[in-house]
Structure formats: C-alpha cells, structure tokens
Design a protein around this ligand. Structure first.
Ligand SMILES: Nc1ncnc2c1ncn2[C@@H]1O[C@H](COP(=O)(O)OP(=O)(O)OP(=O)(O)O)[C@@H](O)[C@H]1O
Length: 323
C-alpha cells in the first residue's frame, strides 16, 4: 500500500519458522508442540475449531505472547521480547484491534501511519483499497462492526509490511466486503508479500491459501496445499438424488455407496467411486435432477476435526522443512 514500502525480502529461509512451540494456560496446552514454516511469499491459512489455539499461535508468531517452550523466528529473528527491528516489516490485525475511537477514520489511519513514518498518500490509498474511501470523516466510534474490521485491516497494511498477519479478517464483513478483501489480499500476494491468515470460512481458505495448517486441540493435525489435501484425504463425493426416486435401502446397496442420508429434499449418497455409482443410478432411476457435489476443503476439515480420519503427523511437503 505504502509508496515507501520496503522491497519484499526474497532472502533464503522461511518468513516464519516455528519449532516445537508450546503454550499452556492453567496447565492446559493451548498450543502443543507445534512445528511449522511459513514460506516467503506464501499465503498460509491457519484453520481449526473455536479454541483450537489459532490466535495463541499467531500472537506468539507476532511477538505479542511468549511461548512456554520452543522457538519462533521471523525473518530469522526472534519476535520476543518485542523486537522493534521487525515491527516495520510486520502488519498485524488481531481479533481485538485497538482504535483511536474519538478520531475520524482518516485521522486514525494517519496516526497509525505516522507511527511507522509513512506518508499521507499511503493512507488514502489504503482506505480506498479496503473500501473506506468514502468514510474519511466519519468518527471511528460511529463505524459499523464491518467498517471497523476494514479499518483494522487498513491499520495492518498502511505501512506496506512484508509479512501480514490477519486473524479472522472477514469475520464481520458482508459477502461483498469479503470478496473485495480477497482481491486486496491477492494483490498483496502478487506483490510478493507473505500472509498468515486465520479463518473459519473454508471456501475462503480454499480460494486464497497456498497451504493450510489445521489445528486441533492445540496440535497441528496437518499442513498441506488445499487441493492436495482434498485429493490425499479422499473425501467422499456426494450425489444428491431427489427424494422419492429411489428407496434409501436400495440406494445404500448400490456398489460403491458408503453412506446415505436424507438432507432437505434429497437423498444424499456418499461415494468414492462416483462413475460406478452414477452408472448404477442411471440404470436404476435415470439421472434427471441428480446433482454431484465434489469434495471440498470443508469436507476434509470436518473429517479431520471430528477425528473421523487418521491424522497424518504432517504432510510430505511440510516435512522437507522440518529437517
Ligand atoms: N489469556 C488466556 N488466558 C487463559 N486461557 C486462554 C487465554 N488465551 C487463550 N486461552 C485458551 O487457550 C485456548 C486456545 O484459544 P485461542 O484463542 O488461541 O483459540 P482459537 O483457535 O483462536 O479460537 P477461536 O476460533 O474461537 O478464535 C482456549 O481454550 C482458550 O480458552
């Protein structure tokens, strides 16, 4: 965003290296022995259910919390204790971003920019990018939740950081705002920035992230590219057959069908042998009105977080970094 942004550093080594990090509260690990690299220029998504430890892990990476054990290196340096050399290189939006509430939107962002020694032109460009271009003179305490979220994101981006941490940035955005933010983030990635992103929107992670890590109860269950994860975990395809076309028992007996449920006006057949089941359905009832839902990241995520599939310790393409 900033015209004075540093040139992205494409040096060797990961943007963030997390090694054996553990953090407990009251004897319970919130983050448990996590080892993970975020590559330079990568869009990395951190996923997991409520309370899985995402924010804790991200805040340890940012230098806002201290790990009980393990190490974190950001561009090769420890972010803890507060490392002022790293601050201009990182942009941080947390779930509880602070605001100067009595200022206007423009004053607020100008104040943030000034802390980083960034010129005013970057303020206007950043507000425009996050969709607050028409809100310069509105007081921060008069903004809606979604508008505040946009301002928090602007505050993380205004100084043109190389590494951007966004913690559920689309949580209170409307669908249009989400899509607009996707474009902003894709633009940042195209310019070589590294993005660490937590979200509960699996469609978003699938659309944006080069790799995702899924945390379950503080432990990293898997790290992989979304498409590879979907292929590797072999989540089922679902065939939606209008109710009344075939009896449930008969559908369940078709070769290749692994589960049958009723959802809305459909019988839902799960299968990993789509062609075979479609052919059998065609022979039994015809295919009129039958819809096919291919597996998504959400299916894999639900399987992993519900513990329905054996968890691999770490996917192969992250293991090369663990050596
Ligand atoms: N400051 C704290 N003091 C005590 N417990 C904490 C603190 N911060 C987090 N925890 C606990 O650590 C666990 C992980 O919390 P964390 O906020 O990191 O999860 P999360 O994955 O970000 O969840 P969400 O998706 O709900 O934001 C939770 O059980 C939470 O209650």
């Amino acid at each position: 965003m900033s015209s004075t942004s540093p040139t992205p550093d494409h040096g060797a080594g990961p943007a963030v290296a997390v090694t054996g990090v553990t953090k407990s509260y009251g004897g319970r690990p919130a983050v448990d022995e996590v080892t993970l690299d975020v590559r330079r220029g990568e869009f990395f998504g951190l996923l997991g259910p409520n309370g899985a430890g995402k924010s804790t892990l991200v805040e340890i990476m940012e230098g806002l919390r201290r790990a009980d054990s393990g190490t974190v290196a950001v561009f090769g340096e420890s972010p803890w204790p507060r490392n002022t050399r790293l601050l201009p290189r990182m942009g941080v939006q947390t779930q509880s971003s602070a605001f100067f509430v009595r200022q206007t939107v423009h004053e607020h962002l100008r104040t943030v920019a000034a802390l980083f020694g960034v010129e005013g032109a970057a303020v206007d460009a950043t507000l425009e990018a996050v969709g607050l271009g028409g809100r310069h003179d509105v007081r921060v305490d008069s903004l809606s939740g979604g508008q505040r979220q946009r301002l928090a994101i602007a505050s993380a981006l205004v100084h043109g950081p190389e590494l951007i941490f966004l913690d559920e940035p689309t949580a209170s955005l409307d669908p249009e705002g989400r899509r607009d933010l996707w474009e902003v983030l894709r633009g940042l990635k195209a310019r070589g920035r590294t993005i660490v992103y937590t979200t509960h929107h699996l469609d978003e992670a699938e659309a944006l992230c080069d790799r995702v890590g899924i945390l379950v109860e503080g432990r990293l269950a898997v790290v992989d590219e979304p498409q590879h994860l979907i292929g590797t975990f072999g989540a089922a395809t679902r065939l939606l057959v209008p109710l009344g076309r075939i009896e449930e028992d008969r559908a369940a007996a078709l070769p290749g069908v692994t589960a049958v449920t009723v959802q809305g006006g459909h019988l839902v057949l799960e299968t990993r042998a789509t062609g075979r089941v479609l052919a059998a359905l065609d022979a039994a009832t015809g295919l009129d009105g039958v819809q096919t839902r291919t597996p998504s990241l959400e299916d894999v995520y639900l399987d992993i977080t519900a513990g329905r599939r054996p968890r691999t310790p770490l996917a192969a393409n992250n293991q090369e970094q663990q050596a």
